[in-house]
Design a binder for this molecule. Sequence first.
Ligand code: ADP
Ligand code: MG
Length: 340
Amino acid sequence: MFNMFGMSSNDIGIDLGTASILVYIKGKGVVLKEPSVVAIDRDTNRILAIGEEARLMIGRTPGNIIAIRPLRHGVISDYTVTEKMLKYFINKAVGKKTLLRPRIAVCIPSGATEVERKAVEDATYQAGAKEVSIIEEPVAAAIGAGIDISKACGNMIVDIGGGTTDIAVISLGGPVSTSIKVAGDDFDEAVVRYMRKKHNLLIGERTGEDIKIQIGAAYRRPEVLTMEVRGRNLVTGLPKTIVVTSDETLEALQEPAMQIVDAVHNVLERTPPELAADIYDRGIVFTGGGSLIYGLDQLCQEKTGITTMIAEAPLTAVAIGTGKFIEFQNGDSADAKKEY
Ligand code: ADP
Ligand code: MG
């Protein structure tokens, strides 16, 4: 459907994240957000469930059913599964009734290879797209965070997802960027390791993530928070409950937190001086779910000396930016900053 300005009203942006997939439809906003998880029957290799339904099966299913995250660490580990997952979400979000085929932009984790990009492009065409664009994550994150990239000079965007952290300086000459495989999942794993080492307590990654979200700290909290954690005592093999404090998580999370801050530092060092001066004026913008770990922004600010802010909607910025990218690409950028 075309309005008087010639813009298609069925443009779709898809954020193919390592932890979640979001679908944004122009004029409607984010219409779907589900975990990037697929449940598979190991015996027959059949896909049993996708998304939220698959996530709920984790840990509650017989041994022959496994839940996989095909995009974990930003690399497409299983192309066929990724393709099926993508098609399933597009159909779910768009519905089958639509007469006009949509223009779809997909943002894939950076670090993906040419072959992987092509695979995602093909899968999107097969799912019914009229036009497909594959876009760079930092550019999408910048647009979604409200930065006008047509004028952009020296904005630094740090998108911290589940499997990868993308650090980029957006400028007219294109992004200067780095992607590291330290992100949200590594904080969960760091909590799990800490609990085993310090308390002889075995906990699962889901519990590690709960601890991180509820009481985790990358920078000391003004008040100490506590949480009861249940796990298995590694000495006796029996269930055990202990109380964990936010100060303990500070110790546990230090390593991945500093790896991210060091990577930011490295990108700053490689940025031409004029651009670096712009970043100093404008600050660093964080997006992605991993940016919500308490105090990571403060830690970055303290270590780099540059004001660090979390974008207004860190979890949806990439999906929104991906959808809006289609407008930029087609030259109808006047509206691109409005209408969220
Ligand atoms: P991706 O783009 O890779 O799909 P997301 O941007 O959705 O990833 O971020 C997922 C990560 O964000 C996970 O590691 C999750 O634990 C973390 N996360 C989500 N909400 C919070 C929160 N409130 N505090 C800390 N971490 C969070
Ligand atoms: Mg993401």
